[in-house]
Design a protein around this ligand. Structure first.
Ligand code: BV8
Ligand code: ZN
Length: 246
């Protein structure tokens, strides 16, 4: 099923970086950004919703969108892709897991020390004074495009916002620096389930290539990375990863 050079590359890996995108959560029932031509994403561009301007223009629409996504994640389970990655972690001398996703499915599958480049749906803070805000354990299960007024900060009264990185916002520096260093020092980087379009996350495979690492891409659709990766596996993460990592 897999070519020997690919299997040998994984067997020989001393420091493996795994970079995941929304595709790794697709088989858990979490819509991706680009494939989700259903519901809210058919009518609104995610880059509009996932931005401070979008939030300021319509806080109830954007807060409702994130609460709907948070409820969906809490009702979902890790899929075989998340589990294969977690099971593979102790088998490699060093594995750095970096995700663009804002769900906690890697952690719930047993992965540790996950680097979240774009924050988390399960965190929130004041948009003005950044005071952390504890979200209620069970989000109001709402329909996909229901408007929900965001809570107010008890300290300053401004809106509470989701703990994610919006377009136009810089990434958490500690996470970004750790991710960049891992890409520079690894010998193998595997990119799984991402359209490789959003920067600076999409630059990590290129950093690894420049540093002489082997790059493996696992994605059903072609991306810009296909032309540069050493190996391209076109298929679903939930099918390929359990077979590849056994
Ligand atoms: C920044 C959190 C500057 C929020 C997200 C022009 C050129 C280059 C860059 C830019 C530009 N204009 C603007 C920019 C910068 C911008 C950017 O890159 N824009 C792109 C669109 C051009 N980047 C930013 O704004 C970043 N910040 O640059 O700041 C700065 C610097 C210093 C100081 C101040 C400011 C911040 C970007 C972070 C945005 N936040 N998420 C939320 O979730 O709501 S991005 C979001 O989309 C995801 O986190 C992810 O990173 C990104 C892409 O999504 P993917 O994960 O790739 O998912 P997608 O749907 O696209 O693809 C899914 C893939 O899965 C598909 O390929 C599909 O085939 C595959 N798949 C489907 N099923 C399966 C599968 N794979 C496996 N198995 C399956 N079963
Ligand atoms: Zn505040």
């Amino acid at each position: 099923m897999f070519n020997d050079r690919l299997l040998q590359t994984l067997r020989d890996a001393q420091h493996l970086v795994i970079l995941t995108g929304a595709g790794v959560s697709a088989e858990s029932g979490i819509p991706t950004f680009r494939d989700a031509m259903t519901g809210l994403w058919a009518r609104y561009d995610p880059q509009q919703l996932a931005s401070e301007n979008g939030f300021r223009a319509n806080p109830a629409l954007v807060w409702g969108w994130y609460e709907w996504r948070r409820a969906k994640v809490m009702q979902s389970l890790p899929n075989p892709a998340h589990r294969a990655i977690a099971q593979f972690q102790p088998l490699v001398p060093k594995l750095t897991l970096i995700t663009q996703n804002v769900d906690d499915l890697h952690e719930r599958a047993g992965s540790q020390f996950v680097i979240h480049l774009h924050g988390s749906l399960h965190e929130a803070q004041c948009i003005a004074c950044a005071k952390p805000f504890a979200l209620n354990a069970t989000p109001t299960v709402i329909s996909e495009s229901k408007r929900v007024e965001p809570p107010r900060c008890p300290a300053c009264g401004d809106y509470i916002r989701p703990g994610v990185v919006w377009f136009g916002e810089s990434l958490p520096l500690d996470g970004w620096h750790a991710a960049e260093a891992a890409a520079q020092n690894c010998d193998v980087l595997m990119s799984i389930g991402t359209s490789a379009l959003v920067y600076p996350a999409a630059s990590l495979p290129l950093v690894a290539l420049t540093a002489g690492a082997k790059v493996i891409q696992l994605n059903p659709d072609k991306t810009n990375l296909d032309a540069k990766a050493h190996f391209n596996l076109h298929g679903k993460a939930g099918d390929l990863l359990p077979a590849l990592l056994q």
